[in-house]
Design a protein around this ligand. Structure first.
Ligand code: CP
Length: 293
């Protein structure tokens, strides 16, 4: 049995196979390969894209989905996370998808279950399915030619789990990772190239990934306001015209702070394609983990 906690849980060969399956899913959409399977989602943090796309993917594959309403679960009566998950596991689901603010929580649950656990985001640590769908979007855009491409990941790289997963995954596919952030959001480590402004590297970039400031994870007083942050880090029409790059964002986009309104309609801004790909990638991951191949 295989779990998905971090992107390194899948070999490069497995990831490329997931991409093949995702491509096939986008072509055919509905199949019944997971008929009779039951998937449960436990989201202890809010979600628009991840939870819905897992649910749509599962349903298109014929599985049923139970979304535990964590707000009304017995954790409100003092039940521990480990008891919640042990009890869910005793109902014999075929996969458990979990999002939580605590880094490492999904991994710590592995010993309590008899089915695959999928990490749908743990604090500022990892968001492996997002990174896979981001890489898939890049892979499709550049027709598989990722080797030597350069990406600028812009914004709150310190607190973003999307940045955390991508900066580990993308180099495995030959993509050169550059982090761009103000001092308060800089990654604490020296294994990546870090820059203060987009302007100083944009002319070399093939891809820009803009990030939302993770205000729920910190209380930054470095800026007077997000508008002040936006003056230096918002992706503008001028930047789009200066260099031909693919623009990504994991969502939710903070409009006119992360990316200008007008830029969101630009053909090289593939934010909604990422969302479409998210369903396909999650379908492929569910199929792989539940059918165990
Ligand atoms: N990208 C992402 O994880 O979006 P949600 O928080 O809406 O799931």
């Amino acid at each position: 049995m295989q779990h998905l906690i971090r992107t390194s849980d899948f070999t490069k060969e497995e990831i490329l196979h997931v991409f093949d399956e995702a491509r096939e899913f986008k072509r055919t959409k509905n199949s019944k390969v997971l008929e009779g399977k039951i998937i449960i989602t436990l989201f202890f943090e809010n979600s628009t894209r991840t939870r819905s796309s897992f649910e749509i993917a599962a349903k298109r594959l014929g599985a049923e989905v139970v979304n535990l309403d964590v707000g009304t679960s017995s954790q409100k009566k003092g039940e521990t996370m480990y008891d919640t998950v042990s009890n869910i596991n005793a109902m014999q689901p075929d996969a458990i998808i979990i999002r939580h603010s605590e880094c490492g929580l999904p991994e710590s649950l592995i010993g309590y279950v008899d089915c695959p656990i999928i990490n749908a985001g743990d604090g500022r640590h990892s968001h492996p399915t997002q990174a896979f769908l981001d890489l898939f979007t890049i892979y499709e855009y550049f027709e598989g030619q990722t080797d030597g491409k350069k990406i600028a990941i812009v914004g709150d790289v310190r607190n973003s789990r999307v940045a955390g997963s991508n900066r580990r995954l993308l180099p495995r596919f030959g993509i050169d990772v550059n982090l761009v952030a103000p001092d308060c959001f800089k990654y604490e480590g020296d294994e990546y190239k870090q820059f203060d402004t987009i302007s100083e590297i944009i002319d070399d970039m093939d891809i820009v990934m803009s990030l939302r400031s993770q205000l729920e994870r910190h209380n930054i007083t470095y800026f007077e306001s997000l508008q002040e942050y936006a003056r230096d880090f918002c992706i503008t029409t001028d930047l789009m015209e200066r260099k031909e790059f693919l623009l990504l964002h994991p969502g939710p986009v903070n409009r006119n702070i992360d990316i200008n309104d007008d830029v969101l309609k630009h053909p090289r801004c593939q934010v909604l394609e990422q969302v479409t790909n998210g369903v396909a990638i999650r379908a492929a991951i569910l199929k792989k983990l539940i059918l165990n191949y």
